[in-house]
Design a protein around this ligand. Structure first.
Ligand SMILES: [Zn+2]
Ligand SMILES: [Zn+2]
Length: 130
């Protein structure tokens, strides 16, 4: 499986005790269905107030301009874009069959939002069908 941005092979690695696929060049994450929820449930990464602000305020690839939607690394279909939360500039690439692609920094933003408000976070994930 290759990175949808860099075309380099994704490396299987453990993140928050969950086995995920990561690109070592752009630090994008590929998560199979259910893995994102697992990562967020483990939630061992605890942000200080400062870290949270800097993570939530950080620019992501999306802020630099809407790049081409990524192709699913499993089936190569163009992924759907789902806006998680406009206030934190988070737009997620998703293949309804195979999983989600998180560009650089997006997984930390999701974790920071989840930590800030578990209820809002759950509602948003449901809205996205994740
Ligand atoms: Zn990459
Ligand atoms: Zn797919």
């Amino acid at each position: 499986m290759d990175c949808p941005r860099c075309a380099l092979p994704l490396v299987e690695t453990e993140y928050e005790t969950v086995s995920v696929d990561v690109c070592e060049q752009c630090w994008g994450f590929w998560l199979d269905p259910g893995e994102l929820e697992e990562v967020l449930l483990v939630g061992s990464l605890v942000f200080s107030e400062e870290e949270r602000e800097s993570v939530l305020g950080a620019r992501t690839a999306w802020d630099a301009g809407p790049e081409e939607p990524a192709a699913c690394p499993v089936c190569a279909a163009t992924m759907e874009r789902a806006s998680y939360d406009e206030s934190v500039h988070l737009v997620i690439d998703r293949c309804s069959r195979h999983g989600v692609w998180l560009d650089t920094g997006e997984i930390k933003k999701l974790q920071a939002v989840a930590e800030t408000s578990a209820d809002i976070h759950r509602m948003l994930l449901r809205k996205l069908g994740l």
